[in-house]
Every structure is written in C-alpha cells, then in structure tokens.
Design a protein around this ligand. Structure first.
Ligand code: DMJ
Length: 517
C-alpha cells in the first residue's frame, strides 16, 4: 500500500508509519527476542571489584534521581530539585511524564525492578495521550516514541507498544507539506474533531525563530529510526525524507541547518555538527547499522557528509586539540558546543565499518575529539564542561562568554566515553567517566535530586533547579554502560536513538520498508 502523505510526491515523502493503529500487527516478539545475540541485560557482572563498585554508584544515582522525581514531581515532565516540585514546560504539547518515559529503559537495564514497575504503572494508568497543545515533533519523537519503543522491545509489554503507535499517529500531520519534510511544531489535539476549543488540531508550524519558515536539519533528520520501528510494529509502510536531501545541491558537500519544507531548498548556510545539525548525521550511520547494514543510501550519505566535515570543519588548535568548527556561509566560527561532543562516539562507531585504510584514521579522529571534549571538562573548576567552548582569542576548550558557562546535565561527553570504551577498551575512558561521576556528585547532587549548574568555572556554582529528563535517559545510562560488560545492550544488537533509547538492529530481517519504495 502507498504511504498516506498528502501533497507529497512519492520521491519526497516522509515517514507515514502507524497510520492505522488498529492494523493487525504481525510482529512476533518471541522471534525477535530469540534473534538477539546477547540478553539485553548481559550475562554476568563485571569481574573487577572497582568497576562493579562504580557501576553500583551510578545505579544509586539513578535511584536517587528517580525517587525524588517520584516523590515531588510524578506526572510532571521534570523535577525541580531545589523547590521540590514539578515542571511542565511547553515542549511536549500537553503530554506529561517525560521523565517517566525517558527513565523506563534505564530503570529496566539497571535492574531497578520496583522503580520500573512504578514507572510502568504510571504509563498504564495515567499517561494521557488525549491532549491538545503545541509540541516539538523532534522532542516528542526522541523522548516519548523512543522511550516507549525501547521499553517495549526490552520487556514485550504491550502497553508500551500501543502507546507508541497511538502517539506516532498523532505526529503524522506534521509531514503534510509540499515536500514531505515536516515542520517543527505540531498540535496534538484530536485530528478528526477540530472544535472551537481545539481549532488547530493536527496542524503544524515552523518554529518562530527558524528563518523564513524553515525546518531544522537535526529535527526532520532525527525521525527515521523511530518511524521505521513504528512501521514494523503497525504493519504500515514508511518512506523517507532522504530523497529531497540527496537531490538538493550541498555547498561544499555540507548540509546547512535550515531547509524550506515548501521548496526543499536551503534557507541559510549555517552548518554545525552541534545543535541544529547533530543528530541528522547520527541517524544516517545508525540507520545503516539498524538495517543490518542493508540501507546503503544512508551509509553513503554518512560517508560523504563526514568527508566534507573533515575537509572543511575539522581543525587543530595551536595547543594541539582537534575540534569541529561551525560554518557560516563559508566563514568558520571556532566554537564547539557541548552537543557536538557526541560526535566522538559517532565517528568511532562509523570507523568500525570504514574501509581498512580509513578505519584507523577515523578512530584517531574520534579519539582526538573525545580528548578535546574531556579537556573542556578538565579545564573547569567543577570538572564539568560548559555549554560551548572556543578556540579563539587565545582560549582553548573553554567558554569565553558568560552565557556559555552553564552545564545542564547533558550526556554527550560521557556518551562518547562509552563508545570509545566499547570500541577500544582503553581504560582512560572509564577513568574520565568516573571523574564525571564525582563531579556530578559534588556539584549537581542536591537534597532532592540532581540539578544543572550556572557556571562550570565557579568552585561553588549555583543551581538551575532542573533535573532534565535526559539525565535519566542518557547521562546515567551511558555512565552505567561504561562500567558494564560489553554484552549489556550490546552494540551487536542495539542502536541508541539520540535520547539513548535502545532500538534493535534488524537481525530478524523484518522488512526494512523505509526508503525501499
Ligand atoms: C537530548 O534530548 C538529546 O541527546 C538530543 O539529541 C540533544 N539534546 C539532549 C541532551 O543534551
């Protein structure tokens, strides 16, 4: 059957999974489970007592973060640990419980059974999808759809699958654009009954701050992994947005961050492997891996993009630090965001599958970037890294602007440590991860949870009163995995979505419908 995307040519169509959530699903969970090469939680704990103790410490941090969220903010999106209440925000369009859904798979993997049951019960009894508000398509997809899918694949519990499919359905109107490239914001109200009270149901918009009504590369480029699984589980086909990107001319082979969903042309020539661009590149290599290395279009796009990035953006500082600059219409901005630090892990993951002559080269590049990101932590008073750091005006790997000195419990640096550890087994990555654990404990742990800090260069930083849901989904999960054996959420079986939710690699040869139409 044809994908049901209004107004889009087949060649430019977008994910159209889960159109009919009542479609019979032929997904055989038991068969899937048997296809895993390793049990998801691994076979045995690490032998060495120091590693085991570190792993248990991270588990304790997760329990502390969850218990405080549960006590003061259950059902809200995030915990405010200083004021001991909940935060709702406006990113999720009326959806609640972002921390619950983001935490599910981490609780499960850490064998926090009671806490996992508490989270599951909340999803069963209180997670209401019948909401009406403006949501970020990207955030709902990576946190809620990703979190629910991972929980389903790990446990086989139907409730997670049916919630993921129902929510996936609500996101589809965002793809109704002339190109099939979705807009950034969607109204989650019931689409069949627009009323006086929800006149905008199912409508979508571009972000007010995105120039000329454009869509953001990292947003529309970060849907494919999740929608492919929605497609698999619902039995409905999915197409992809890559053809638009393949067709449009790329300046120097680079992908700018803003694209018009109406014309399919770039709107502004700003290129970044950090915010606005980041997970687009991540999802190319992971799409290929998730397809059991069959989706060669994704691999070629990834290889070409990385080559262009290396040629135009990768630089070495006077002090010998490798970094990835940003590009504004041909002019380099010698700045790296904390977000860009995920790229050490991504490049290492891709290096494994590069040709023999390139493999070591990319591993060295990945190690160089991860080293620089570690330096951004090591050069601060708190041993936590700033939101952005620069390589100009004599400064290296440090924030030079007051507005860039904060740390909001982000995962990207420890994410790269985790991949580098798994792929090299160089003990320094575990050591660096442990430094981060100690810094989090010292500066971010407060009486009722964990909080971001406003200035990493202050020995006694003030707190921002926010325990981000990605701290439980990502930061603590990656730290835990760093101190586990490699068979826990093995890279042979799983790819992590950009919120660290594990999605299975297609060993069972499920039909891999995406992009094959
Ligand atoms: C997370 O929601 C995801 O990692 C996303 O890709 C980027 N931002 C945050 C964490 O920093």
């Amino acid at each position: 059957s044809r994908p049901q995307v209004r107004g889009a040519e087949p060649a430019s169509a977008a994910p159209a999974a889960a159109r009919d959530t009542r479609a019979p699903s032929h997904f055989d969970y038991e068969r899937f489970r048997q296809s895993l090469r390793h049990p998801a939680r691994g076979r045995r704990p690490p032998e060495d007592p120091e590693t085991r103790a570190r792993r248990m410490k991270v588990k304790e941090m997760m329990k502390f973060a969850w218990d405080n969220y549960k006590q003061y903010a259950l059902g809200k999106n995030e915990l405010r640990p200083l004021t001991k209440n909940g935060h709702i925000g406006n990113m999720f369009g009326g959806l609640r419980g972002a921390t619950v859904v983001d935490a599910l798979d981490t609780l499960y993997i850490m064998e926090l059974e009671e806490e996992f049951q508490e989270a599951k019960k909340w999803v069963e009894k209180s997670f209401d999808l019948n909401v009406n508000g403006e949501a970020s398509l990207f955030e709902v997809n990576i946190r809620y759809i990703g979190g629910l899918l991972a929980a389903y694949y790990l446990t086989g519990e139907e409730v997670f699958k049916s919630k993921a499919l129902e929510l996936g359905e609500k996101l589809l109107p965002a793809f109704n654009t002339p190109t099939g490239i979705p807009r950034g914001v969607i109204n989650l109200g019931r689409q069949d009954t627009p009323s006086l009270f929800s006149p905008c149901s199912g409508m979508s918009w571009s972000w007010g701050w995105a120039s000329a009504g454009s869509s953001i590369l990292a947003e529309f480029g970060t849907l494919h992994l999740e929608f492919l699984h929605l497609s698999e589980l619902s039995g409905n086909p999915v197409m992809n947005i890559r053809k638009v990107l393949n067709k449009v001319e790329k300046p120097q082979g680079l992908y700018p961050n803003f694209l018009s969903p109406v014309t399919g042309n770039w709107v502004q020539h700003h290129v970044s492997i950090g915010g606005l661009g980041d997970s687009f590149y991540e999802y190319l290599i992971k799409s290929w891996l998730m397809s059991d290395k069959k989706d060669s279009e994704a691999k070629t796009m990834y290889d070409d993009a990385l080559e262009a990035i290396e040629k135009h953006l990768v630089k070495k500082s006077a002090g010998g630090l490798t970094y990835i600059a940003e590009w504004r219409g041909g002019i380099l901005d010698h700045k790296m965001g904390h977000l860009a630090c995920f790229s050490g892990g991504m490049i290492a993951l891709g290096a494994e599958h590069a040709g023999e002559e390139k493999k070591q080269h990319y591993m060295d590049l990945a190690a160089g970037i991860t080293h620089t990101c570690h330096e951004s932590y090591a050069r601060s008073d708190t041993k936590l890294g700033p939101e952005a750091f620069r390589f100009d005006t004599g400064s290296e790997a440090m924030a030079t602007r007051l507005s860039e000195r904060y740390y909001i419990l982000r995962p990207e640096v420890v994410e790269s440590y985790m991949y580098m550890w798994r792929l090299t087994h160089d003990p320094k990555y575990r050591q660096w991860g442990w430094e981060a654990v100690k810094a989090l404990e010292k500066h971010c742990r407060v009486e009722a949870g964990f909080s971001g800090i406003r200035d990493v260069y202050s020995a006694t930083p003030t707190h921002d009163n926010m325990q981000q849901s990605f701290f439980l989904a990502e930061t603590l999960k990656y730290l835990y995995l760093l101190f586990c054996e490699d068979d826990v959420l093995s890279l042979d079986d799983w790819v992590f979505n950009t919120e660290a939710h594990p999605l299975p690699i297609n060993h069972t040869n499920f039909k891999a419908k995406a992009g094959m139409q």
